[in-house]
Each structure stands twice: as structure tokens, then as C-alpha cells.
Design a protein around this ligand. Sequence first.
Ligand code: HEC
Ligand code: ZN
Length: 427
Amino acid sequence: MEIRKLGLAQCAFAVMAILVSSLYAQGPSNASQRPGPKVSVAGHTYTQQELFQHNVGTPEDQNTQFPPHKIIGNVYYVGTASLASFLIVTPQGNILINSTYERDVPVIQKSVEQLGFKFSDIKVLLGSHAHADHMEGDALVKQLTGAQVMATAEDVPLLEQMKPAGKAHPIDKALHDGDQVTLGGTTLVAHLTPGHTPGCTTWTLKAQDGGKTYDVMIIGSLGVNPGMKLVNNVANPQIVEEFTRAFQVSRSLPCDVPLGSHPGMYNMKEKYAKLQAGASNPYIDPAGCKTELDIDEAMFHAVLEQQQAALSTASPVINPPAKATTSGATVSGGPASAPAAGGRQSALIAKGKERFQAYKCYDCHGENGEGTPDAPDLTHSKLTAEQVSKFLVKPSADAQNKGMPDVPADSPDHQPLVAYVMSLRGK
Ligand code: HEC
Ligand SMILES: [Zn+2]
């Protein structure tokens, strides 16, 4: 799609006050436990961790109904206190954007019904991006409503791994950048704004209210979550280009009413309070469209700079991760040259430990596999060696998105890493 207003966006960004704190620029290990860099935009200061928390909310926020209400025209809020879900009402049935966590689907249903609509009138289900807090409930919503589930093609591989209680993720139609979804006279346009996930999508639509037409923009997400790797991201080497594109696209979209996949992205609580007080519609906030983009773009640059700085001061990696030979053959000693079984196992573990460091697994899992806020404790993992092996070949959607590398089964590093991970038990 065409990218307009680019020069203007860059100007706006250049004059923005950005304060990058060097307080947290320590060594490369435990990177994910730090609060991350700080940015100040429009009078507010956030660390990376604070901005993330501001959006995702507490577990209670995630599961608590927010009063359902009309936002503008035929657009209604039906989500929880920190996970946004929008209902677009048309004469030919309704569109739901974001099923959120599966456990929140009953909350959404209750909100839809409290507004006087039927849950079963949902004909189309769309999503912001392939993270569980936005799209895990798709299978249940489809089961309850029969809605057609549409998802952006680039997010389909992640969605296919999202299987609450083993339920396959329904995908009736794959969408592409610029695709339109029309129902009962309302047209939503999908804008690919990748980076946060490869298929992260910003939806736009026009809402009619009080005889006027307003451009509504539902930001997919432009956030760099703690633990996300912008530098040396093996699973997604294009991540910096993707985010850069997402900012350019987002700034080019017409916007009177900014909304987002988390209500914190558009200050819903404050706006809802004003709405209750009878003010003119507080959701009409063209300036707010820019504020969220400014905050996210400043944070993106701050995190990128910090990760680049950490890389240049990092102690050299012992060996770059070995690549599997192209023939597919693995290099290992045959039985004749192998030492006794016990010795062979400890040699495998020692090699695995060295590979664990070479791959910087400790960035997320901690120095001794004890875990960080971004990745689980491997010393208390319940996975069998076979499951660990499968996980390394194909890490979960969550792990891949945070930047966990995959280690193919035919890589000479695979078996040593499995052996080392298993040896961490109970440490
Ligand atoms: C950029 C962060 C990151 C890096 C680097 C990383 N991981 Fe992970 N890893 C994760 C996350 C996040 C999860 C949890 C995913 C989930 O629960 O779906 C995870 C899960 C795991 C699990 C499954 C644990 C369980 O009990 O479910 C194993 C095993 C694992 N990682 C091993 C490794 C190894 C070995 C490396 C290095 C080759 C590594 N990880 C590097 C983020 C990372
Ligand atoms: Zn997300």
C-alpha cells in the first residue's frame, strides 16, 4: 500500500522530546529483568516495563468486565479493563474485533447482551494480532456464534499454534494488507503493521455520528514487549524493518478516533469518565492518534539503541552457533570412539552448557536456567526430553515472538542443548 505523509511523520518525530536513560545500560546478561530504557513523551515518562504494564494491566484487569458502552456511531466497547474488544453493529449482523483470552469470552458475551445485542448476531470475527490476550478465544467465539473467522495471513503460523485446551484455531479466511471486510454497509480495512507480530493488523473504518463521518483507527500494537529481541532476532531477522514500516503506515492513516488492542493505548478510562460526565464525545481525539505512535516509536528507538549498545560491549561469544551441515548429516562420534556412557552424557551436558551460552539462552532463561519475568524457570520444567527436543525445533508462538531461536533436530547443537536443559532439573 501507498505510504503518505512520510516526510511529515519524520519531522514530527525529530522534534519530539526523547529522553533515553543510561541508568539501565548494564551488561548483556539478565537483560530482560531490567526495567528497560526510559522515554519521555508529551509529559509522561515510562520505562519499557512500565509501558508494557500500563497496557496489559494486572491479571484482575485482564479478566474484569469494563462497562460496555458506545464509543462512536456503530462502534461499541465490549472488552475487559485492559483487553480491548470492539463490536461493530450493522443491519446485517455484527463484527467482533478481538476475542481476547478464552476465559474472557463469557465477559464479552455478557457485555454484548447488556448493550442489547445478540451474541449469535456476530457474523465476522477479526483480531489485532496473534497473541493469546487478543485472539485465544477465537475457537470458542466461533463455536458460540458460528462467525466467520478472518486472520491476517502473516499471523496464521502463530495462530495455528494457539490451541486453548487443544482446540484447533479456526481460520476461515486469510486476509492481506489492504483487504476490506464489508458487512451491512460498514467497511473495515486491514493495514499490515508488523513487528509486534508478523501479521499485526491496524483496522480502520468510518463511523457516522451526529451527521458527521469520523475515521476510526484501531491500533494493532506497536509495542516492543520486554524480552523482545530487535537485534540478532534469529526467529525474525526482519523485525526492525517491520516495526519501521508499521510506524510509517500508522502515521499515514486518517484518524479522528484512536482505539487500540489495549485500552491503555487510548486512555479509555479517562475518556469513559468524561463520557459519563456528559462531555462532547471524548473519543474524538485526533491528537491522541499521534501521541500513542510517538510513545511507541520513541520506545522502539530507545530499545534498539540499548540492544545495539549491549551487543557492542558484550563479551565475545565463544563460538557462533554451529550450523547443521547442508547434507543433513550430524557430526558426532560413532560408538567406537565414544567414551563410556556416563562420560558421554556429561560431555554432552558440558557441550550443551557451552551452546546455551553461545545462543544466549540465558538472556531470557537466566544464568542457570532459573527463569526471568520473560521466560520460564527451566529447573522446574515438567517437559520430558522428547518434549524439550520438540520445543527446540519449534518453540511456542510466545517464545518465538520474544525471540527464542529454534534449533533444528539435525543441528549438532540440538542433542547437547536437550541434555543440558534436562540436567538443570532441581538445580
Ligand atoms: C528471547 C527469549 C528467549 C530465548 C533467547 C530463549 N528462550 Fe526458551 N523460552 C522463552 C519463552 C518466552 C518460553 C515460554 C514459552 C511458552 O510458555 O509458551 C520459553 C520456553 C522454553 C522451554 C520450554 C520450557 C517449559 O517447561 O515449557 C525450553 C525447554 C526452552 N525455552 C529452552 C531454551 C533454550 C535451550 C534456549 C537457547 C537455545 C532458549 N530457550 C532461548 C524465551 C526464550
Ligand atoms: Zn501482543
